[in-house]
Design a protein around this ligand. Sequence first.
Ligand code: PLP
Length: 472
Amino acid sequence: MDSKTFRKQAHQIVDWMADYFEQVEKYPVKPRVKPKEIYNQLPENAPVEGESMDIIFKDFQDIILPGITHWQHPKFLAYFPANTSYASVLGEMITATMGAQCMIWDTSPAAAELEERVMNWLKKLMGIPNNFEGVIQDTASSATLTALITAREKLSNFDINQNGLEQNNLRIYCSGEAHSSVEKAVKVMSLGRKSLVKVGTDDHLCMVANELEKNILQDINNGLKPMCVVAALGTTGTTAIDPLAEIASICKKYDIWLHVDAAYAGSLLLLPEYQWMIEGIEGIDSFVFNAHKWLFTNFDCSIYFVKDKEALIRSFEILPEYLKTTNKGLVNDYRDWGVPLGRRFRALKLWFVIRNFGIKGIQQKLRHHNKLATDFASWVEADEQFEILAPVTMNLICFRFNPHDLNESALNRLNKQLMNQLNMEGKIYLTHTKIEGKFTLRVCIGQTYVEERHVIESWQEIKKMAEKTVFS
Ligand SMILES: *Cc1c(COP(=O)(O)O)cnc(C)c1O
């Protein structure tokens, strides 16, 4: 391809992109494809001769697009959103074009300094104390792994990095509702599943601080070493919010690293009315939230704040000859702030988003989503055949269809069937969780361009399908 062809193709694809955003609700949210249906349409061998973009793009439309789940569809109500926006996509296009590797300051000074500036903007806006430093990671999973490794090194006075783990008596604590990335990090670190202590939760599925302390004391008495507590602000199942202030004071008392997983709900700290979630924030050590979930910035862009930057860098720093530079100490070399060496220029799209929306624009969107969720919750509540199963703290509603006189296992079957049929139909897409054994439907309203009518129509679809399901 030459520059002239690129220009022509790029214009066509940008037109396709604009059409996609305008028309995304015309696609089925979840594709109706069977396993291997896409794979079998693709040739067994890669082409020997180059092909024209026209043919490649036609195959994208004919073969690939029908197998895509449309995460930007305004009736995508599943999991948590991974939303994007016009500004973010424009930033991503430039990032891909420049293809800069932003591992150290020298390899792209503007990338490192924009990242530092944008992190400081967010820190201030979100109420993270000034003595924290921010860095963009690929995912919350990596950020949590980074936090646990730093906690381990600090606890062992950086001995484990040097000599390895001789005898594992370390313990990590999180609630039974914490994200699976905590368990994965424990596995990656070879600490073993037994090192992870799942602390009990209350009626609202929040960690019980007293139980945390009990667990810690018991472990200390048994000669074990509490290494880290992971508190969740907005669990994946139900957006439960662990009592941070109480947990922080326990961690302070026993000198334990406190990591906060706010992967989803962290965005809400941009609203003053949600600042209560981080009461006790001065007592934490690290914090992660995903701009790539509910901040209109396309995947991947995960924000990690850490109090002891020196401990982080000391845990991860590696300095081979070919990476030595003269500016060390004056600038941030982010390769030492996490797992990968190579880093994409992710700050650019985030900067575009924050500037193009403005803080006001972001706040309006978040509040709009919460309002739509409150409306939805009120319809569920008002309907005798449905019930809410967890407190609605933000834009997630956990509920189920509960027509008269069915026992728990029949209700579980019925709700599973309802969800599957809705998803198969492709007008809306929702997923589930289990709350105390109850099959629970989850509706999360956080698409960038979602409007009230989409939420009204989604509720109508659910009710219509529920009627059909109960009589089938
Ligand atoms: C989504 C989520 C994660 C994992 O995020 P990744 O960026 O995909 O690793 C972790 N914790 C919580 C609470 C989440 O909702």
